[in-house]
Design a protein around this ligand. Structure first.
Ligand code: SF4
Ligand code: FES
Length: 140
């Protein structure tokens, strides 16, 4: 079945949301509630902030559910971070900010960009990554 994709357009920017990837980290609406409001319809208001501010917030989405496309650019750039930051989120995943390489036990490797959420609660069906299940089990 095709992946669900929703798009929200301003003049220069299109915010793309893939609901099935969202891990409900709440980072987007805690960080920029004028644009991301889960109670509003549509829940993304691209007129709520300037494009640069929206882009910076979208870059913090740990699941890849949010991304953007610029009208005058064909592809999104991934900026290389020279520093990685690890953050333990309260009742949620281990967040790693910056570009990283994940080595899996079967020898395969995955490159992750910007933000990656690793499961701390053991309930994720997508380990080593968080899939939002910590909410269902009230992980503390
Ligand atoms: S995973 Fe991304 S889209 Fe979902 S709530 Fe968190 S920041 Fe928002
Ligand atoms: S920490 Fe999110 S599913 Fe485990």
């Amino acid at each position: 079945m095709a992946e669900k994709i929703k798009e929200y357009e301003s003049k220069e920017l299109t915010v793309i949301w893939k609901p099935e990837k969202c891990i409900h980290s709440e980072i987007c609406y805690k960080g920029l509630s004028d644009v991301f409001d889960p109670k509003a319809r549509p829940w993304v208001n691209v007129d709520g902030a300037d494009d640069q501010t929206i882009k910076q917030q979208v870059d913090k989405c740990p699941s890849g559910a949010l991304s953007y496309r610029l009208k005058n650019e064909s592809e999104t750039k991934d900026e290389i971070e020279d520093e990685q930051i690890v953050e333990v989120s309260k009742g949620g995943p281990l967040m790693v900010y910056g570009n990283i390489k994940v080595k899996h036990h079967d020898g395969s490797e995955t490159y992750k960009h910007r933000v990656t959420a690793f499961c701390r609660c053991d309930a994720s069906s997508n380990k080593p990554y968080c899939d939002g299940s910590h909410k269902k089990i009230d992980f503390e």
